[in-house]
Design a protein around this ligand. Structure first.
Ligand SMILES: *Cc1c(COP(=O)(O)O)cnc(C)c1O
Length: 431
C-alpha cells in the first residue's frame, strides 16, 4: 500500500516510511492511496469471526506486503489482548467500552499496534527511532505502555506540570527502560510546540530519527477502525442502523470509523460530540473553518482547537461539504451539561461514565430526537477512574480503582524538569 501526503507536495511512500516518519516531508498527513471495500461475504459472516480475524482482514490492505501475514496476525493478536464489550444504557443507546487495555484509554490499541509495527521494522537493523509525544494526559500513558521494551525505539513524553491527573502522571513517569518523561513548565500547547519545533530543527533531525505517536501517524490512527467493527458485530441482531457518537478531540477516532464505513460497514451517519472546543461543529453549520484557542474543560482529552485529522475526514468525503454534512453531525456540550449527564446516567442506570463518554452520550440523546429509528452507540473512551477528580464528586459511593490503576499508584516517579525549548533540546540530545 502506498500513502500520499494530503499537502500533495511530497512523494508517495510505503507503509513503513509513513510509520517511521509520522508526517510527510511537506508536513502533510499521510493518507492511503486507495481504500478497497471488503467482500460482502466478510460482512455477512462477521458473527463467526473473532475480533482478531476481523481486525486482520480489515487492516491487511493498509499494510500490504510490508509485514508478512503471519507476523501481522501476531501483531494484532498481541495488540487486541483485551475485551471491547457493548453495554446497554437505555432504549436505543449503548456504549462501547474501550477502556479495558493496560492504561484504560482507547489509545492503547493504536499505541500497541504502532509499537509492534515499528518493532517488526527494526528487527533486522540497528536504526534507532525516537518517538516524541506531547500529551494532555491519555496519549502519553498509552504510548509509554505500548512501546515499553520495544527494540530500537526510545520514547520521550512531554507533559505539562500539574495539568495531568494523578493517575495519568503515574502512568507516564514510572515505567523506566526506554521511556523518558519530560515534565514541562507550561501548558499542553507549550509541549506540543516543542515537539513541532523539534521536527523542524535540523540540529536534531540530522542526529536522530524522530517520529510521532499521535493520531497523525497512520499506524496509530488506522487500527481505531476495529472498534466500530467490533460494535457492529455485537449489535447486528438489533437490525437497526448503527449511528456512532464519538467524543472527539483530534478527530482520529471518528475518522477511523469513517474508514470502516468506506470498507463497506453500513453505518448511515456519525456524530462528533464536542466540548466547548467545537470548531468542526461550527464548520458544519457555517461552512467556515475558524480554529480558536483551546479552552480548558473537564473532558480535557478533547481540548483541541484545531483537530489534526479533520483534513483526513475531508479527504474521505472528496472535499465535498454537502457529502460531509450528510454523513456527520456535530454537537457541542458544556461542562455543566456533561456533569449533569454523569449524574443522571448514574441515577437512572447505575452506570458510571467518564466525562468524555458522557459527552458522547449527550450526542446520542440529541441525535435520537431527530432520527428515532436508529440505534446509537457512544464510545466510552476512558475509564472513569482516570478522571476521578471530576467523576467522584458526582457519584454517591466510593469508586474502586481497577487493578491496572492500583498497580502504578505506588511506584516512584521519574521525570526530567524542562523549562524551555533549549533545555528540551539539550536533554533530548543527551539521551
Ligand atoms: C484522545 C481522547 C479522545 C479524543 O480522541 P480523538 O481521536 O483525538 O478525537 C477522547 N476521549 C479520550 C478519553 C481520549 O483520551
Amino acid at each position: 500500500m502506498q500513502y500520499y501526503s494530503l499537502n500533495k507536495k511530497a512523494p508517495k511512500t510505503s507503509f513503513e516510511i509513513a510509520v517511521r516518519k509520522g508526517l510527510a516531508p511537506d508536513k502533510g498527513l499521510y493518507f492511503p492511496e486507495k481504500i478497497t471495500p471488503l467482500d460482502t461475504s466478510f460482512l455477512e459472516n462477521l458473527n463467526q469471526l473473532s475480533n482478531i480475524e476481523i481486525a486482520f482482514h480489515a487492516i491487511k490492505q493498509f499494510v500490504g506486503s510490508e509485514i508478512p501475514e503471519s507476523e501481522l496476525k501476531t501483531i494484532i493478536k498481541e495488540t487486541l489482548n483485551f475485551e471491547f464489550p457493548i453495554v446497554s444504557i437505555e432504549d436505543n443507546i449503548s456504549t462501547l467500552e474501550l477502556f479495558h487495555g493496560p492504561t484504560m484509554a482507547f489509545k492503547d490499541v493504536g499505541a500497541r499496534f504502532m509499537a509492534r509495527c515499528l518493532g517488526y521494522f527494526n528487527k533486522n537493523n540497528n536504526k534507532e527511532v525516537t518517538v516524541l509525544v506531547a500529551t494532555s494526559g491519555d496519549t502519553g500513558g498509552a504510548v509509554a505502555n505500548g512501546f515499553l521494551g520495544v527494540k530500537g525505539v526510545k520514547v520521550v513524553i512531554l507533559y505539562p506540570r500539574g495539568k495531568v491527573s494523578n493517575v495519568q502522571e503515574q502512568q507516564l513517569t514510572t515505567l523506566g527502560q526506554n521511556i523518558t518523561a519530560f515534565e514541562v513548565e507550561g501548558t499542553f500547547d507549550d509541549c506540543q510546540d516543542m515537539v513541532k519545533k523539534a521536527f523542524l530543527d535540523s540540529d536534531l533531525t540530522t542526529k536522530k530519527e524522530l517520529t510521532s505517536a499521535n493520531s497523525i501517524n497512520v499506524a496509530r490512527w488506522l487500527p481505531q477502525m476495529f472498534y466500530f467493527m467490533f460494535a457492529y458485530k455485537q449489535l447486528k441482531q438489533h437490525n437497526k442502523p448503527l449511528v456512532f457518537s464519538v467524543p472527539s478531540g483530534n478527530f482520529g477516532n471518528i475518522c477511523a470509523g469513517m474508514v470502516a464505513q468506506k470498507l463497506g460497514f453500513p453505518f448511515p451517519h456519525f456524530i462528533a460530540s464536542n466540548n466547548e472546543n467545537d470548531v468542526v461543529t461550527r464548520y458544519l453549520s457555517s461552512k467556515k473553518y475558524t480554529p480558536l484557542a483551546t479552552v480548558q474543560t473537564i473532558s480535557n482529552a478533547m481540548d483541541v482547537g484545531n483537530p489534526s485529522n479533520f483534513i483526513r475526514i475531508q479527504a474521505l468525503h472528496n472535499n465535498d461539504f454537502q457529502a460531509l454534512k450528510s454523513n456527520l453531525s456535530g454537537y457541542r456540550f458544556s461542562d455543566e451539561e456533561t456533569r449533569e449527564a454523569i449524574d443522571s446516567i448514574y441515577k437512572s442506570t447505575g452506570y458510571i461514565t467518564d466525562p468524555h463518554g458522557a459527552v458522547g452520550y449527550l450526542g446520542c440523546h440529541h441525535y435520537l430526537k431527530l432520527d428515532p429509528d436508529v440505534h446509537t452507540v457512544f464510545l466510552e473512551t476512558a475509564h472513569p477512574t482516570k478522571f476521578l477528580d471530576v467523576v467522584q464528586p458526582l457519584i454517591p459511593k466510593v469508586i474502586e480503582l481497577p487493578p491496572q490503576i492500583k498497580a502504578v499508584m505506588g511506584r516512584p516517579k521519574n521525570a526530567k524538569s524542562i523549562v524551555n525549548y533549549a533545555d528540551f533540546k539539550a536533554n533530548l540530545l543527551a539521551l
